[in-house]
Unconditional design. Structure first.
Length: 362
C-alpha cells in the first residue's frame, strides 16, 4: 500500500523544527542556496509568520535583492551580475566608485560588535553572517560622536535583502548582540537609536515611517549628525533625503549598522569631522547658494592655496547635495505642464524642502 503524501501542514511542522537547528540547514536548502545562507523566507522569530517551503514562490518581497539603486553604473552593481545561483553574488570584484578619501575620522570597532560580524579593509568593511544567518548582527564605530559636525558614508557592497539592513546612530546603551537569534530591525527598536532601513522606512522607538525609496547593492548612504543644531540628516547616492530627527543636542551617539542577511557587507568610504566654526557655517551657506554644482569649490574664484585648505578640511561640506529636484520627482507629464514661473521657483524651494522634511520624532 502506497504511503500517504504529507500535506502542507505537516511540512510546515517539520520545517519549523528543522530551522531551530542550524546544523540541519544543509539538508533542507537547495544546492544553489547552500553557499548563500538563509534569512527572509526561512527566518524564525517571535513575530515572524510560519516558514514557507522552497517549492513555493517567495512570499516575502525582501527575499529578492534590491537592484537598480546603485550610485554608479559598474557591471558589478547591475542586474546582469545576478543569476539563479546566489553564490555568484559575492564573486564579483568590489566596485571602487565614490571611494576617494584617504583619511577616516573613525572606522568600525572590533570590540563593539555582534558575534556574527567580521572586519576587513582596515576595519572599514564589516561582513555580517559569513556562513549563514540566524538573527540580527550589529556593529558601531570606534569613536563617540562628540560636539561638532559629523558626516559619513556607507556603501552597500553586497546584495541587499532580508528582514532588514540598516544604517543609523545609537547611544552606548544599545545592546548590539541582543537580537542575535531574532530577525528584526535593530536600529530604532528603542529610544536610544535611529535607523534607516533599506526598505525606505525610518525606525525609532519601535515605530516606523516611510522616509525614502529603497536602496540596494552599490548604494551610498550618507549620514550627517549636526550636534550644534541637533539634527540627523540622511543622504542617498549623495543627494539629500531629508532630516530624520531634531533636538539631538547634548547627546552622545555612535555610528551604527545592522543586518539580518547572510553574507551581507557594508563599507565605510567616508567619515569626516569638523568643529562648528564660522568657517564651517560659511562653507555650508555657500553650498546652499550653489546647489546645482557637484563640487562648489570647483566654481568658486578663490586662490589655489585656500582652495586646497578648504578641500582638505571641509571638502565634504562643499560636495553635500541638498537640491532635491531630481529625487523622486513626479512623472514627466505633470512636470512638463508646470509654468515657467514654477520652474524658476522650484530651484530655490528644493533646498528648503530638505530642511522642512521632518519625521514625527523630535
Amino acid at each position: 500500500m502506497a504511503r500517504r503524501t504529507r500535506n502542507s501542514r505537516a511540512w510546515r511542522f517539520v520545517l519549523s523544527g528543522v530551522q531551530r537547528d542550524a546544523d540541519a540547514w544543509a539538508l533542507v536548502l537547495p544546492s544553489g542556496a547552500e553557499g548563500w545562507g538563509y534569512d527572509s523566507s526561512w527566518q524564525h522569530s517571535d513575530s515572524d509568520s510560519e516558514p514557507e517551503y522552497m517549492s513555493l514562490p517567495p512570499s516575502i518581497p525582501s527575499a529578492v535583492p534590491v537592484t537598480g539603486e546603485s550610485y554608479c553604473d559598474c557591471d558589478s552593481q547591475g542586474e546582469a551580475s545576478f543569476c539563479s545561483n546566489l553564490r555568484t553574488f559575492h564573486k564579483v570584484k568590489d566596485c571602487q566608485c565614490g571611494e576617494d578619501d584617504d583619511y577616516f575620522d573613525w572606522v568600525w570597532d572590533d570590540y563593539s560588535k555582534s558575534s556574527a560580524t567580521e572586519l576587513s579593509c582596515e576595519s572599514r568593511k564589516v561582513n555580517f553572517h559569513t556562513e549563514y544567518s540566524c538573527g540580527t548582527a550589529a556593529i558601531r564605530g570606534n569613536k563617540e560622536l562628540a560636539d561638532g559636525q559629523h558626516f559619513w558614508e556607507i556603501k552597500m557592497t553586497s546584495p541587499v535583502y532580508g528582514t532588514d539592513m540598516m544604517v543609523g546612530i545609537g547611544t552606548c546603551d544599545v545592546n548590539l548582540d541582543k537580537y542575535r537569534h531574532t530577525f528584526c530591525s535593530l536600529l530604532g527598536k528603542d529610544d536610544d537609536s535611529w535607523g534607516l532601513s533599506y526598505t525606505g522606512l525610518l525606525h525609532h522607538k519601535g515605530d516606523k515611517v516611510h522616509f525614502s525609496s529603497r536602496f540596494g547593492q552599490g548604494s551610498i548612504i550618507g549620514v550627517h549628525l549636526d550636534t550644534w543644531h541637533g539634527t540627523l540628516t540622511f543622504f542617498k547616492n549623495r543627494k539629500c533625503i531629508g532630516v530624520a530627527a531634531t533636538k539631538l543636542q547634548n547627546k552622545k551617539f555612535y555610528p551604527m549598522a545592522c543586518s539580518t542577511a547572510a553574507k551581507s557587507s557594508m563599507k565605510v568610504i567616508r567619515s569626516c569631522f569638523s568643529p562648528t566654526s564660522l568657517q564651517y557655517l560659511c562653507c555650508y551657506q555657500l553650498r546652499q547658494l550653489l546647489p546645482e554644482y557637484i563640487d562648489t569649490l570647483e566654481v568658486l574664484p578663490v586662490p589655489p592655496g585656500l582652495k586646497h585648505v578648504l578641500q582638505n578640511k571641509l571638502g565634504w561640506v562643499m560636495a553635500m547635495k541638498h537640491n532635491l529636484k531630481d529625487r523622486e520627482r513626479p512623472s514627466a507629464s505633470s512636470s512638463s505642464s508646470s509654468s515657467g514661473s514654477d520652474s524658476e521657483s522650484s530651484t530655490s524651494s528644493d533646498a528648503e524642502a530638505c530642511q522642512r522634511k521632518r519625521c514625527r520624532w523630535t
